[in-house]
Structure formats: structure tokens, C-alpha cells
Design a protein around this ligand. Sequence first.
Ligand SMILES: Cc1cc2nc3c(=O)[nH]c(=O)nc-3n(C[C@H](O)[C@H](O)[C@H](O)COP(=O)(O)OP(=O)(O)OC[C@H]3O[C@@H](n4cnc5c(N)ncnc54)[C@H](O)[C@@H]3O)c2cc1C
Length: 432
Amino acid sequence: MQSDIFTEDFTTDPYWWDETPRPEPGRPDLPQRVDVVVVGSGYTGLSAALQLARAGRSVLVCDAEEAGWGCSTRNGGQISRSIKPGYEELTRRYGADTAFGIIREGANALDWVTDFVAAERIDCDFAVPGKFTAAHSSVEFEKMARAAENQPEGLAEPLRVVTRAEQHAEIGTDAYYGGIVNESTASLDPAKFHAGLLDRVREAGVLIAARCPVTAIEEAAPGFRLTTGRGVVRARNVLVASNGYTGAVSGWQRRRVIPIGSYIIATEALPKALMDRLMPTDRMLGDSRKVVYYYRPSPDRTRILFGGRVSAGETDPRKSAPLLRRDLAAIFPELADIRVSHSWMGFVAYTFDTLAHVGCNENVHFAMGYCGSGVSMSGYLGMRVAQQMLGLKEGRTAFDGIGFPTRPFYTGRPWFLAASVAYFRWRDGWSR
Ligand SMILES: Cc1cc2nc3c(=O)[nH]c(=O)nc-3n(C[C@H](O)[C@H](O)[C@H](O)COP(=O)(O)OP(=O)(O)OC[C@H]3O[C@@H](n4cnc5c(N)ncnc54)[C@H](O)[C@@H]3O)c2cc1C
């Protein structure tokens, strides 16, 4: 391990936790009976809990760790429209109407988070700076420019092509071949967003049980009997909101999500002039690689947060840090000797069809599988699944009825991941 790359106060906790530490867990007595138990206290679970509690349901949210310990306080804070497959691909799979509806859900999710932060007055550095997605090869640039100029009718995003000659207005590097600005991309501080959501949920009367894993969910008419780290609770309904951390307690869902580690570093504070040269705007940044890099200035513009996947298998954040710094320096050579103050990781949930899924299996509700873009989709689908549990027609989504695929013999351990990542990293380099 290269220890000289780390600052003296280096930590493997997320940068966001400096300002927003994990809340004190408390040890509330668990009720014997509630209307709903929610498994997982990230954006999905809390958004659903808020909706249910405001509709008069008694709700217990259990988390195996501290509240918000999962992806919801570890992410990069970039908020795009979240749908991975394009309109043509979705049309081939499901027909034009469903394809249109699914892409619209991405826009609905972005609108939801924008309105929610404003309506609930959540102080989380929310902004709409847009995003610059850089092309890592000239071939990719041509593809991206063509796609930007031929967007499906009724689904157009505010995109602008930036040539290589113009790209210094967006990013201080020559490592790319131009790219696309999307003016609609938003940003926030993920841990502050989670903290604000948690406040609203508590105010609505939801009980949060941190460090209280749910270890068994059994049907016991007219509802469920849940075994937790702190005793048995009966509930009329259950929502599984464990996403990339879904375990054996909900085997059906576990066989349908692929947990993939995503890794981020924060640099030490940089001089203002250097920040302004490398990142002249507050835009979110990313590139066109299949194994993507995503990065941004911190909300106070003192540091760069740089994320991606740098090893085929899962690794320790102390080991991913030098690799991420190496790749950061390939984009910004001035940062070759910069020190790293934070390096952390979390498990995002991919799915076999690269779509989010929401619904109910054997009376257990779920929403998960945001494929790395869940900051808005998780809270939005958390709200929708709660509406479904309440029997409200607003709970319908374009994802209903598309099926949640798995693969034969897949049990939740992605044995194929290392080979796929290695292949795509090789291809990303090759296509230059
Ligand atoms: C490094 C990283 C960067 C990311 N960057 C972005 C980004 O820039 N933009 C974007 O849109 N998305 C991003 N994401 C994805 C986004 O953060 C997630 O999609 C979103 O936070 C998912 O929220 P969630 O509530 O569904 O799951 P989580 O926040 O992961 O919460 C799941 C919770 O379930 C708990 N749990 C699991 N099993 C049990 C059990 N048996 N009992 C009790 N509790 C249990 C876990 O402890 C965990 O706290 C990123 C993710 C990571 C890891």
C-alpha cells in the first residue's frame, strides 16, 4: 500500500460524513405489532415510510447498520434521468408505449426530487448545474453527437454538443474528444439529503430501529412475522428496500439484483485557481466509458470527488485509492501528486435488464435495482411502492408488469462480475 498518497486525517468513511455524521442509533423498544415494516433506511425505505406514515399507517424502519449507512450517504450526488437502456432498445423489448413510459419515469424521478427538496425545505446543497459527459474516443464523440441530434420525439433532454476545441470551457484537460452537456442534471450532498429525509420521517411518527437487522420474514396470516436483531414484530405489510445490500432474508429479490462495488476518493483541498482551471463550472462530470468514471467538485468547490470501478474484483478502499488517483491524474496530470483524504465504497444494485424494479412478490413489496443512478429513482419509487401498498392508483408505474428477471443458478453472488469488468475495462481502453 502506498501510504504517502494519504493525508494525515485520511479515512475510509465517505467525505459526506465529515459534515453529516451517522446519526446516533438510539435503542427504541420495538412495538409488537405495526402496520408496515420497512427493511432498509436509505432513500427508498425512508421515502416509502414517509408516504405510509402520512397516510396514517404505523411504520417501523429497520436497518442492519446505522440509518442511511448504505448507498444513500455514499453516492456521488449526481442526479440524472436514471434510465440506462435507450428508447430504441426499450421499444424492441416492450413496444413503443412502454418504452416511452419508462423513459418518462426517469424524468418523473428527477422532477420528484426537485419538488421534494423544495416542498420539504431540505437543506442539501441541491442545484441544477448540468453535466458534461466527455467522450473518451473520437468514435464515441461521433456516436454521442448523433444521438444528441436525434432524440426521440417527446423525450428530448436539453443536450448541447461540445467539440474538443470548445471543451476547456467545461473541463481543464485535453484527455477527451469533446462531449455533451446535459443542462437538466442536478446535484446535491447525499448525506444532507438523507438527513433531511430522516427528519421528515421522524416528524411523521416513523420509528427507526438502527443496528437492527431483519433476519427472517415469514407469512403469518393476516400478515407477517418478522424476526429482527431485537425481537419479533408482526406487520400487515413488508417492504424490502435493501437494494445493493439485499441478503438471504429476501431470497427472491436477492436472486434478481447484482451487487457491484463502486469506489470514490476525495482529494485534499486544492488551491482555488487550480480548481477553477480544472473544473471551471459546477457541472457534474462523467465520461463515455462502459466502466464509467463519475466526478465533480465538492459543493464548496475545494476538492474533487472522483469515482469509478478500478479493479475487476471487490477490494479495500485503501487499495482502490491509488488506482483511482492514477486514473484521475490521467485526466488531470497536475494532480499526479495530490493526496487523498477519503476513499470509500458502496454496493450499487444492477439488474439483468438494467432497469429499476418495483412491485410485490408473495405479498412482500419491493423497490430496487437502480443500476447506479438511484438518487432520484429510489426516493421516487419508494413513494410509488408505498402508494401501491396503500392501494392508490397514483402508485402505478411504467415498470409494472415488465417482469423482474434472474438467471438460472444465480443466487445473489455475481461470480461473473470480475470477468465482465475486466473485459469492459479492456474494451474501454481499446476503443481509443
Ligand atoms: C459509491 C457510489 C456512488 C453512487 N453515485 C451515484 C450518483 O452519483 N447518482 C445516483 O443517482 N446514484 C448513485 N449511486 C446509487 C445510489 O446511491 C443508490 O441507488 C441509492 O442510494 C439507493 O438507495 P436505497 O435506499 O435503495 O439503498 P441503500 O441506501 O443502499 O440502503 C439499503 C439499506 O438496507 C440495509 N439492509 C440490508 N439488508 C438489511 C436487513 N436484512 N435488515 C435491515 N437492513 C438491511 C442496509 O444496511 C442499507 O442501509 C451511487 C452508489 C454508490 C455506492
